[in-house]
Design a protein around this ligand. Structure first.
Ligand code: FAD
Length: 518
């Protein structure tokens, strides 16, 4: 094996695992590391035919648009091949109050940031009531909430690839998406081996010496990428990089999921994920073209598997029928060192948070971008690893705060799950600090660093105020002198929303058009 620690150039990359992480990393690196050019890197991916991929992970974040564009995948091809639909955000039902109370029962986390003209930041004016005292933030600041409520698409047929009047991500079939990425990656020159890795011996320096396969002997490389999912065969089992549990903050550790058809074949397709809070967790509901994927994420400390599956079936209703559910176990957490010596972990082998905000695929994208930038061409492995590890660790820590924000402001006291979630002792200090800052001013750009934060101030604002947080601007209310302009702008957003509703097609119509005509 090349002694990469001493600066031997890195040319051969071996990816172990062919799920979303493995194939996305393969396609991204193949495109960005110029593997078909002389002097480019060589990339091989080995995946087991016996160990399946997870096959869930159907919700994404808008960053996926740029990732697909960089890989060179045409939007309509991607949508057709992956059975993708548009996702304009997430609707959170019953997170603040349980069902049956008189309060508004939901809020929306849209992907479209506030529409603001004349450089007037509208959020403080919303806090001061300029949008009309009862208008929630998600309706006051963007047109997207009402567009999504009406099952409209974020753009019209014929609009260019990845160009939208409204920002969006996608829902897709994870198995079909991995297959598309495989075809693209192989086309870009990635060597594909179907085989199972049985052992991962280390050399005398503690680096990976090779991976021993059943049919193809020992495969060696300069750099190994562990995409073996929860097994973490290289980074965990062989290299013993510790896994840092986040369970004391994020309690959910299991999921049970079903796929069901629509009641009617032409039923409207929601263009957002519906996330509904339940007694000991929450359900996701994702609409594809021909089916819905629905799953219940829950805490085994607060319920049991039988009850959790019943909650899922009750939530779905008759469509669940006698369909067999799939179950998943996980532990919220991450590896503080996902890159150890000559091995980088990407995907579930690196860490996992419950899929509340699609952090799984986002962090795969982030890791692929970072690895491209830090790629140790000259063998400067340790330097690259330090920076990769620092950034990925901070990405996880900051995502953890954002996910916990969804829980900790709840007013629900109906079950121990919700009472425990609101207990100050289960809130990370870093999140306490953020909430303290926002008692007298709203979240602003300076609170975040988009090299390290996945979620910008807009996302934080929609969740914070969607959950009923109170920022008291009283002490400096006189500083906001543009109430009349703000009122006009809120009225303009309402008018724009009416126009968008008239102009944008039903989501299902656009999907049908893209599948048929590209
Ligand atoms: P896997 O899909 O498990 O793939 C592992 C690969 O490694 C397979 O190809 C397997 O064959 C191979 N392998 C393993 N061991 C060996 C071996 N010894 N030899 C050879 N090959 C081997 N993320 C989101 O962004 N949005 C979501 O909505 C979302 N929902 C989720 C819901 C649930 C219930 C769960 C558990 C996760 C969800 N995620 C979501 C996370 C998302 O599914 C994963 O991040 C994504 O699928 C990546 O998985 P992976 O490729 O790391 O692992």
């Amino acid at each position: 094996m090349a002694d990469t620690a001493n600066g031997t150039p890195v040319k051969n990359v071996l990816i172990v695992g062919g799920g979303t992480a493995g194939w996305l990393a393969a396609a991204y690196l193949a495109r960005t590391l110029a593997i078909s050019e002389p002097g480019g890197a060589r990339i091989t991916l080995v995946e087991s035919a016996d160990i399946g991929i997870l096959g869930v992970g159907e919700g994404t974040f808008p960053s996926i648009q740029r990732t697909l564009r960089r890989i060179g995948i045409d939007e309509s091809v991607f949508m057709r091949e992956s059975e993708a639909t548009f996702k304009q955000g997430i609707r959170f039902d019953h997170w603040q109050h349980p069902p049956g109370t008189a309060h508004r029962d939901h809020y929306f986390h849209p992907f479209q940031s506030a529409v603001s003209r004349q450089d007037l930041d509208l959020l403080p004016y919303w806090l001061l009531g300029a949008a009309g005292g009862t208008t929630p933030l998600d309706e006051a600041l963007t047109v997207q909430k009402r567009v999504a409520d009406a099952a409209r698409a974020p753009k019209r047929a014929g609009d260019d690839d990845y160009v939208a009047p409204l920002n969006y991500a996608y829902h897709f079939d994870a198995v079909k998406f991995a297959r598309l990425l495989r075809i693209v990656a192989v086309d870009l020159g990635v060597t594909h081996i179907v085989d199972t890795v049985d052992a991962v011996p280390l050399d005398e320096t503690g680096a990976v010496a090779g991976v021993v396969t059943r049919e193809n002997g020992t495969l060696t490389a300069d750099l190994y990428i562990d995409c073996t999912g929860f097994r973490a065969q290289l980074i965990g089992q062989a290299l013993k990089s510790p896994y840092q549990s986040c369970r004391k903050w994020l309690f959910c550790d299991r999921a049970v999921a079903l796929q069901v058809p629509y009641d009617q074949a032409d039923a409207p397709i929601p263009s957002y994920t519906v996330s509904t809070a339940h007694e000991a967790g929450w359900t996701w509901d994702i609409g594809l073209e021909s089916r819905r994927g629905i799953g219940h994420v829950y805490s085994s400390d607060h319920t049991n598997d039988t009850r959790a599956e019943q909650v899922l079936r009750d939530h779905i209703g008759p469509a669940a029928g006698d369909k067999t559910a799939r179950t998943f176990r996980f532990e919220a957490g991450y590896r503080a060192e996902p890159w150890v010596r000559n091995c980088v972990a990407i995907g579930l082998s690196s860490g996992f948070f419950e899929p509340l905000e699609s952090t799984g695929i986002v962090l795969i994208e982030v890791a692929a971008v970072l690895l491209t930038s830090l790629f140790p061409w000259a063998g400067d492995m340790a330097t690259a690893a330090r920076q990769f590890n620092r950034i990925m660790r901070q990405r996880y820590e900051r995502s953890l705060d954002f996910l916990k924000l969804h829980y900790c402001l709840t007013r629900r006291t109906d079950t121990a799950f919700w009472r425990d979630n609101a207990d100050a002792a289960t809130i990370p200090d870093t999140l306490h600090d953020l909430l303290d800052r926002w008692r007298h001013r709203p979240p602003e750009g300076m609170d975040f660093d988009l090299n390290l934060d996945t979620f910008s101030e807009a996302s934080w604002q929609f969740v914070l105020y969607g959950m009923g947080y109170h920022t008291d601007l009283g002490a400096k209310a006189s500083a906001f002198r543009y109430m009349a302009e703000a009122r006009q702008q809120f009225a303009a957003i309402r008018a724009n929303t009416d126009q968008a509703l008239a102009a944008l097609p039903p989501h299902r119509d656009l999907i049908r058009h893209i599948y048929r005509h590209g």
